[in-house]
Design a protein around this ligand. Sequence first.
Ligand code: SME
Length: 160
Amino acid sequence: MPPLLHPELLATLEELAQSAPSRAALEEEICRRLAQLPHYDWVGFYWLDPADERMLVLGSFVGAPTEHVRIPVSEGICGAAVREAATVTVDDVQADSRYIACSLETRSEIVVPIAFDGRIVGELDIDSHTPAAFDPSERAFVEQIARLLADYLARHPASL
Ligand code: SME
């Protein structure tokens, strides 16, 4: 098991997830807090469009605004995470042909899917200006954060 990173932040966000008044509020707070970590230069959520499940739609984010507010599931690192139903970590985005550039400064990226009722409904996407920013420890942390959203949805299905 990789070492547990950012345990205090995780505990704070776990507590917030229990008391969050809405999914949007929880999303916003997670983005705001994660974006304060070193190397977490863009933090955001994408959700599958309920009217068109082949399309991801940008939710809350912190970082430079992106023109990619809708991403087809067939495209990008974001699409790959949905299609594979698994975390995708890219150490060097310029070497990955799937990559859709949101910022010229981005060097590495992690996308963690969020499941509800046995299917992927969204994802947590983090970009870094640092190459290979998301090692196995960092990945385990980001996966725990995405799990907070999945657990919130399980407790509040109407919030989806
Ligand atoms: N890089 C992503 C697109 C979203 S931006 O990172 C915010 C991708 O390749 O799907």
